[in-house]
Design a binder for this molecule. Structure first.
Ligand code: DMJ
Length: 643
């Protein structure tokens, strides 16, 4: 008997193996084999559905539509237009080509035609405009075919030119006709280059620069993390000054490095809004690069948890990661601050318009409703408001710290709405009536100033911050003729003059943080804690408005005095520094280059020495950090969302 190590399939009958004589399978074996084949077939068939082409076709087509929809909303111009109709203007070209290719397979001819049309379309794209960096459009220029296309440039910047426009506003360059003025402006640009280059060299990605110790710096308003505050705040200045290379570098940092998701950082809602959201929205308006809009939206979304209060008045501080929000411990029994919650409307309203998401506007409209219906002592707005009880805190009022930009936005939101939001214009006029009646003073030496009010008593002190109001009032006067217009202009000029005096009465010719009016001194700081200058813009800002609105050359002269003083006392090898005491011959330096130096101080200086059409006040409104926001219905760079 042969032994076999392998199992035998011999049949056994009564324990006796039967001879293996069968030629076919038994029926149950056939079933098993059939079953194996069927299973194999099914597995093969099922695998087809895991191939990329077939996988999840329903969700796939939905996601294709989602992407399409996203593009349609974000950049309708990027979608390839439908092929020309037979009778369209393109058809002669097709007919001519059809004649050339008679006798060929009509399908191949059709494909070749489509391919050719695509190439033509692509080469048309190549001749479209480069980004607007370093160029400018005059009001008289006519719209080109770029009005209908989205552009992707070599730099990777995507721009959507204004859709409907009969002119392009001037947004870069804009030189003045006078060669001396041009020379001054070149100097300001060189200052910006110095400030920027040193930030890049020593503090890239950090919030601010320490120009003497040559390293990064961060103020508490930015929390503890490096958010590139100088980049976000300085971007539009680089753009307007035509610093193309620097703008591109800053833009790429925002696109690739700025990621707030992982940042467990407590930040100021107000500062984040005016500097970051405002700066990014300006860049979106100026360039059409949707990256800026999307980043602005991501940042604004991080601020939204701060609005979850019983009244809807936001808290001052929010944590980017957790959304935990709170107010400053020092602010009148847990109050929010007027100048902070009152300085969101311009950016949040515009953000809703460019994203098509109404949530941001709804938040700021709620703020307005709440303060509208709360009684105002003597028609004035106190600096503190409790977001839980809906009541004002201490009755302190100021055109400077804690109040300032609230008043600014009452006027500017009206301007930005193309003067249609009359409610807010009325609020501005009413507020100014109260301010003029209770806070406006004239010193014995004839200087006009806004005193602070503390429980109905004037404190005869004015902050450097309050010096923005000279320009604001001039803007109010020029944008609406009403019973207040002349007064606005008089007070605007008077306040700007006083602020200039506060500079002129120092050794350095730069102004102190706050100045007082007493019997012995006018427009001078008296306390050592008020004698510093931290590169603030407000006085120069008012020179800018007054120059543009009155054309009085003295404002340019005053601006030039300030620029020279900055060069003399604040410029160091590593950038620009603030000063600890503006009254001393050789002031100590504070070793901080504030982000608003690039955003505001240098931008306003540059614009004073430019043509008036560069960021025209008829088309743009500056947010409180000098980031220009387009005026609705007037400025084709508004780029409102079409959804
Ligand atoms: C800027 O951040 C803004 O202008 C703000 O409104 C108050 N002041 C600083 C610069 O001084």
């Amino acid at each position: 008997m042969t032994t076999n190590i392998f199992p035998s399939y011999q049949r056994i009958a009564s324990r006796i193996p039967l001879a293996f004589s069968r030629r076919s399978f038994r029926s149950c074996e056939k079933y098993i084999i059939l079953l194996v084949f069927i299973t194999f077939g099914l597995v093969c068939f099922g695998t087809l559905f895991f191939l990329p082409e077939f996988r999840n076709s329903a969700t796939r087509s939905e996601s294709v539509y989602r992407v399409y929809d996203h593009f349609k909303r974000a950049a309708p111009e990027l979608l390839i237009p439908p092929p020309p109709l037979e009778n369209s203007r393109e058809s002669p070209k097709l007919l001519r080509h059809e004649m050339d290719t008679q006798g060929e397979d009509p399908h191949l001819v059709g494909d070749r035609e489509k391919f050719r049309a695509k190439i033509e379309q692509d080469s048309e794209l190549k001749v479209l405009e480069r980004p607007d960096i370093g160029r400018f459009y005059r009001k008289t220029s006519t719209p080109s075919n770029q009005g209908k296309q989205g552009h992707i440039y070599e730099s990777g910047i995507v721009t959507i030119p204004p859709a409907i426009s009969d002119h392009y506003p001037l947004i870069t360059n804009g030189e003045d006709g006078d060669p001396d003025i041009r020379e001054r402006r070149n100097k300001i640009k060189e200052m910006a280059q110095h400030a920027w280059d040193n930030y890049v060299k020593y503090a890239w990605g950090k919030n601010e620069l320490r120009p003497i110790s040559k390293r990064g710096h961060s103020a508490s308003i930015f929390g503890t993390m490096p958010l590139g505050a100088t980049i976000l705040d300085g971007l539009d200045t680089l753009y307007i000054m035509g610093m193309e290379k620097e703008f591109k570098q800053a833009r790429d940092w925002v696109a690739n490095e700025l990621n707030l998701d992982q940042m467990a950082n407590d930040v100021s809602v107000f500062e984040t809004n005016i500097r970051f959201v405002g700066g990014l929205l300006s860049c979106y308006a100026l360039t059409g690069d949707v990256m800026f809009r999307d980043k602005a939206q991501q940042i604004a979304d991080k601020l939204l948890p701060a609005f979850q209060t019983p009244t809807g008045i936001p808290y001052a501080i929010v944590n980017f990661k957790t959304g935990m929000s709170k107010n400053y411990g020092w602010a009148s029994g847990g109050s929010s601050i007027l100048s902070e919650f009152g300085t969101l409307h311009l950016e949040f309203g515009y953000l809703s318009d460019v994203t098509g998401n109404p949530i941001y506007r709804s938040k700021v409209e709620k703020i307005r409703q709440v303060i509208q219906k709360t009684d105002k002592p003597n028609g004035l707005y106190p600096n503190y408001f409790n977001p839980k009880t809906g009541k004002w805190g201490q009755h302190h009022m100021s055109m400077g710290a804690l109040g300032d930009s609230f008043y600014e936005y009452l006027l500017k939101v009206w301007i930005q709405s193309n003067k249609e939001d009359n409610e807010v214009r009325q609020m501005f006029d009413d507020a100014m009536e109260g301010v003029f009646k209770h806070m406006l003073q004239t010193s014995t030496g004839g200087l006009m100033y806004f005193a602070d009010l503390k429980f109905d008593r004037p404190e005869h002190k004015m902050d450097h911050l309050a010096c923005f109001s000279g320009g604001l009032l001039a803007l109010g006067s020029k944008t609406l003729k009403n019973h207040m217009s002349d007064k606005y202009m008089d007070v605007g000029k008077g306040i700007t003059n006083t602020c200039h005096e506060s500079y002129d009465r120092t050794y350095t010719k730069l102004g102190p943080e706050a100045f007082r009016f007493t019997e012995g001194a006018e427009a001078r700081a008296l306390k050592s804690t008020e004698k510093y200058y931290i590169l603030r813009p407000e006085v120069i800002e008012s020179y800018f408005y007054l120059y543009r609105l009155t054309k009085d050359p003295k404002y340019r002269e005053w601006a030039w005095e300030a620029a020279q003083a900055l060069e003399k006392h604040c410029r160091v090898n590593g950038g620009y520094t603030g000063l600890k005491n503006v009254y001393t011959e050789d002031p100590q330096q504070d070793d901080v280059q504030q982000s608003f130096f690039l955003a505001e101080t240098l931008k306003y200086l540059y614009l004073i020495f430019s043509d008036d059409n560069l960021i025209s006040l008829d088309e743009w409104v500056f947010n409180t950090e000098a980031h220009p926001i387009p005026i609705k219905g007037v400025n084709p760079y508004y780029r409102e969302s079409i959804v």
